[in-house]
Design a protein around this ligand. Structure first.
Ligand SMILES: *[C@@H]1O[C@H](CO)[C@@H](O)[C@H](O)[C@H]1NC(C)=O
Ligand SMILES: *[C@@H]1O[C@H](CO)[C@@H](O)[C@H](O)[C@H]1NC(C)=O
Length: 293
C-alpha cells in the first residue's frame, strides 16, 4: 500500500497514529459498487461513465470515523445538464448520518453548481448551494470532507466552503457515533438537478464522464467486527493516543480559513437552507446558533 506523506503526517510524525489509513490507489481503498462496466481505468485515472443505460458508483472497502477524505475530480465536460456527480460519506440504516457533495451539471457554458448537505440521525434538508470560482470541468480539483468531534468541514482545493458545527451543548445532535463509508457516483437526475429540472439530459451527448484521481483517506478505520460504541472510543484521542485531527492547530478553522469561508459565502453562495424562510418558517435550531458564532 502506497502511503502518502501528506503535510499532516510529517507534522505529527511524533504522535501515535492508530488505525489511520492513507493511500493514493483506488484499489487499496475503494471498489465499484454498481455498473463496473461503466468504469474505465487509464493509468492513475479512473473514469465513471453515465449513458442512457446506466450511471456508475464506487464505495470504500472500509468504514471510518473522523479524519479527512479527499478525492480529485474533473467533472463532466461540455453539456452536463441533468447529470449529478456525488462524493459523500454515509453510515448505514434508517438513522444514518451523511455528508454530501453533489455536483450539479449544466448546459454548455453555464456554471456547474455544488450542493452540500448534512444528514444527522436520518434527517437531511440542510442544503447549501454555491457556484465555483473556477470551471471544474477543465482541470482536476480536490474535494475534501474533514471530520472531528467539533465539526464537519467541506473543502474545495483546501478552501473551506461549509462548516457544520457540533452544537451538542445546545441540545442539537451531532454525527459522531456512527462509522461512515466513502462513496462516489454519477447518475441522471434531470427531474431536479439543472435549472430546477427545466433542462433535461441530452442523451445524444452521452457518455457523460467524470474523471478521478488522488484518492486519500486519512481517517480512523473501523473494522466491522468492532461494536459501534467501541469504535467511537478507539477513534477518539485520549491520554496515550492522539489523532492528528484532534490537534489544536487543525481541530478548528484558523484565521485564514475563517476568512476564506466568509469570502466563499459572500461571493459564491447561491442558496442556504438557513435563510430559506418559506421552506422553514421556524429557523432550524442549528442555524440560530450558527449565526452567533
Ligand atoms: C446553471 O446555469 C444557470 C444559468 O447561468 C444558473 O442559474 C444555475 O445556477 C446553474 N446551475 C444549475 C445547477 O442549474
Ligand atoms: C441510447 O442512446 C443512443 C444514442 O442516442 C440510442 O441509439 C439508443 O437507442 C439509446 N438506448 C436506449 C436504451 O434508450
Amino acid at each position: 500500500m502506497a502511503v502518502s506523506m501528506s503535510g499532516s503526517f510529517v507534522l505529527f510524525v511524533g504522535l501515535v497514529l492508530v488505525g489511520v489509513v492513507s493511500s493514493a490507489n483506488f484499489d487499496d481503498l475503494f471498489q465499484p459498487s454498481w455498473a463496473s462496466d461503466h468504469f474505465v481505468y487509464e493509468g492513475d485515472l479512473l473514469k465513471l461513465k453515465l449513458d442512457n443505460y446506466s450511471g456508475a458508483g464506487f464505495s470504500s472497502k472500509n468504514r471510518y470515523m473522523f479524519g479527512k477524505v479527499t478525492i480529485q475530480i474533473k467533472l463532466v465536460e461540455g453539456d452536463s445538464a441533468g447529470t449529478v456527480t456525488a462524493f459523500y460519506m454515509s453510515s448505514d440504516g434508517p438513522n444514518h448520518n451523511e455528508f454530501d457533495f453533489e455536483f450539479l451539471g449544466n448546459t454548455t457554458g453555464e456554471p456547474y453548481s455544488i450542493q452540500t448537505n448534512v444528514y444527522v440521525n436520518g434527517a437531511g434538508n440542510r442544503e447549501q448551494r454555491l457556484n465555483l470560482w473556477f470551471d471544474p470541468t477543465t482541470e482536476f480539483h480536490s474535494y475534501s470532507i474533514f471530520w472531528n468531534q467539533r465539526h464537519v468541514v467541506f473543502l474545495v482545493d483546501e478552501t473551506p466552503i461549509r462548516v457544520h458545527n457540533n452544537l451538542e451543548n445546545k441540545g442539537i445532535p451531532f454525527p459522531k457515533d456512527q462509522a461512515m463509508g466513502v462513496y462516489s457516483s454519477i447518475w441522471n437526475a434531470d427531474d431536479w438537478a439543472t435549472q430546477g429540472g427545466r433542462v433535461k439530459t441530452d442523451w445524444t451527448h452521452a457518455p457523460f464522464v467524470a474523471t478521478y484521481k488522488g484518492f486519500e483517506i486519512n481517517a480512523c478505520e473501523c473494522p466491522v467486527s468492532v461494536a459501534a460504541m467501541d469504535n467511537t472510543k478507539r477513534c477518539s484521542s485520549s491520554g496515550e493516543k492522539k489523532y492528528w485531527w484532534d490537534e489544536p492547530i487543525v481541530s478548528e478553522l484558523n484565521l485564514h480559513q475563517s476568512h476564506q469561508l466568509l469570502w466563499v459565502r459572500a461571493n459564491h453562495l447561491v442558496y442556504d437552507y438557513c435563510s430559506d424562510n418559506s421552506r422553514f418558517p421556524v429557523t432550524p435550531a442549528e442555524c440560530v446558533h450558527q449565526r452567533h458564532q
